[in-house]
Design a protein around this ligand. Structure first.
Ligand code: UTP
Ligand code: MG
Length: 581
């Protein structure tokens, strides 16, 4: 419940509406409370005494009071909606902002499906709860207590009836809520599961189709979907007995009122109008109590969601800027790994990189070659601090990357990640993603270097062609080339190309390398490849094998000294392979 209190901070900017809403509700409640009294007057003073003018006059007053009440009620709803929607929007923004600050490690832990649920459904729960709270918080208790007092004033002889009923109802509600609260957390967790299946399926729908796994995916979804349904039904089963329970108690109450009240009327201690008003007040009391209980239920569901949102807001990025981090970092690009060991889950799991030491100088192209899963991507991810080293250190121009502010650090590093992800938008916007202010000339130059200019100009709208989500309307190699152009456009001190030409033919790859030549003359360039043809001209080749540097040198040196390199060379280019370089 502490998280609920924390989230209430988000209501602060809207406190004007949050205060006005209950105030307007007070108007409606007071008007509502007068209605049974007016009926009593009409029956006992008007109808019973056949006084028509009194009936008309009192009826007129009733209508006016009802109108005032309606204004109060609508005002309350409007203000409550403003406050709730504003709060919801702010929480969503805060969660989104937090996710932007997440490290790769944080993102690995939460997973996309969960983050989507928290950003949508969980915020929705809170939004609904705030709205309900602002409308019912005042209405229900005031109506309940007001109606109870009015009932007692109307017929003190019958006061025991509502009091007994309320004790019964309250004990029932406490039992129900106590059982329902833990179940709401489960509901949200099931929504997480369903979103994860759905999100994975949609992102990988082509793979699903290619491997004819739709039936399997259907089953997976069905399971998640049914689990969610069953969990909601479980909660509902408990919650739904509230209403019938209330109705039974209420009817008992009415019978009791008519029974004891009837006796009083016969003995001339009470009038009929009093009984009508009393029954009315009794119903109002119990209905308000039910509203309070529904509100409490809704609040407990919102509390579960609030916990989940707090988990996101409270999780600190494991990659943080140090207090005195360098914000004006303009290195030349001398990258050094000093005895770097790295594992994805801290020091307690097997390291994927072990005691890596090497340097890459400005002007040098360092190629990382190695079989799949060897640790090449993991290695270069340490340079822009996507992850932090477990031991040892990575320095640029002698400065530990952990001493540089992340934005300052990453401004100097252009990365084309292994999986080329494009955004919906124009080709031009995708290329200048890292530097939106880049001129059209710069965009074209970058595209030319990446050998993308020709195919871009052949697109229907050239550089203004809109790409679908994730660039679905481009080939794999075309996407890769846009990703290269995007990294090149930054003109960074350090350029990292992670398997960026794996889907590009060897000839185009050579042209990209030649074009890069000018650009990288004073820069440090990392090229990851599985194809040996990609690395032939590199100034330094690191052969990565199972997380260690197995060999280091130029192509010629390695051919002589490294059996692993020799093997790779022979298998790809040697005997019978397409001779190259
Ligand atoms: P890498 O992703 O560094 O390998 O994973 P790689 O050399 O680049 O491989 P290719 O050529 O792209 O295929 C190295 C090890 O780290 C683990 C992987 O299981 C692999 O064994 N790993 C990778 C993680 O545990 N978590 C990750 O997020 C990524
Ligand atoms: Mg990789």
């Amino acid at each position: 419940m502490t998280s609920v209190r924390k989230l209430f901070a988000f209501l602060k900017p809207y406190r004007r509406w949050a205060i006005l809403a209950p105030l307007f509700m007070l108007i409606e409640v007071s008007m509502d409370l007068t209605q049974p009294y007016m009926i009593e007057r009409i029956v006992d003073d008007g109808v019973s005494k056949l006084n028509l003018p009194y009936v008309l006059q009192a009826g007129g007053i009733m209508i006016v009071l009802a109108l005032i009440g309606a204004i109060g009620g609508s005002g309350c709803t409007v203000f409550a909606v403003w406050a709730a929607m504003g709060t919801g929007a702010d929480i969503r923004a805060a969660v989104f902002r937090k996710v932007q600050a997440f490290s790769f490690g944080n993102l690995d832990r939460f997973g996309t499906g969960q983050l989507i649920t928290r950003l949508t459904n969980d915020v929705q729960q809170i939004q609904d709860a705030v709205q309900a709270l602002l409308r019912i918080m005042v209405r229900a208790p005031f109506l309940m207590i007001g109606a109870l007092i009015m009932a007692i004033i109307t017929a003190p002889q019958l006061a025991i009836i509502p009091l007994v009923l309320m004790v019964l109802v309250l004990s029932g509600l406490i039992l129900i809520i106590g059982r329902a609260y833990p179940m709401f957390n489960q509901v949200q967790a099931r929504i997480d599961d369903m979103n994860t299946v759905m999100q994975e399926n949609l992102a990988g729908v082509r793979v699903v189709k290619a491997f004819v796994r739709a039936p399997y995916e259907m089953r997976r979804f069905e399971i998640a979907n049914n689990n969610l349904m069953n969990q909601i039904i479980n909660v509902a089963r408990i919650v739904t007995i509230t209403f019938p329970m209330m109705m039974i108690l209420m009817n008992f109450g009415v019978v009791a009122v008519l029974w004891f009240g009837g006796i009083q009327v016969i003995q001339k201690h009470m009038e009929i109008g009093q009984i009508i008003a009393f029954t009315n007040y009794l119903a109002t009391t119990l209905f308000s109590l039910m509203m309070v209980s529904m509100l409490v239920l809704q609040m407990s569901r919102a509390a579960a969601s609030a916990d989940r949102i707090e988990q996101v807001l409270d999780s600190t990025s494991d990659i943080k800027d140090r207090p005195n981090a360098n914000r004006e970092f303009n290195p030349r690009g001398l990258v050094a790994f000093e005895h770097v060991t790295f594992s994805y889950n801290g020091s307690d799991s097997d390291p994927v990189l072990k005691d890596i030491t090497f340097t890459a100088k400005p002007g040098q192209t360092v190629a990382l070659l190695g079989s799949t899963g060897a640790g090449k991507s993991s290695l270069v991810h340490l340079i822009p601090r996507f992850y932090d080293v477990t031991a040892g250190r990575v320095t640029i121009d002698g400065v530990d990357v952990r001493d540089v502010a992340q934005t300052a650090l990453r401004r100097n590093i252009g990365v084309a990640l292994q999986e080329a992800v494009l955004f919906s938008g124009s080709v031009r916007d995708n290329i200048r993603y890292g530097r939106p202010e880049a001129s059209d000339d710069e965009v074209v130059t970058a595209a030319r270097i990446a050998q993308a200019h020709d195919f871009i100009t052949a697109l229907p709208d050239g550089y203004d062609t809109m790409l679908g989500q994730r660039g679905v309307n481009l080939s794999g190699g075309q996407k890769q080339r846009l990703a290269i152009a995007r990294a090149v456009l930054l003109r960074p001190a350090i350029l990292i190309l992670d398997d960026s030409t794996s889907s590009v033919d060897v000839e185009t790859e050579t042209r990209i390398q030649d074009a890069l030549g000018d650009l990288i003359r004073e820069r440090t360039c990392f090229v990851i490849a599985q194809r040996i043809s990609t690395v032939l001209k590199a100034d330094k080749i690191l052969v990565i094998d199972d997380g260690v540097v197995a060999a280091e040198g130029t192509h010629a040196e390695l051919l002589d000294t490294s059996p692993i390199y020799r093997d790779i060379y022979d298998s790809q280019l040697g005997s019978g392979g397409a001779a190259h370089g």
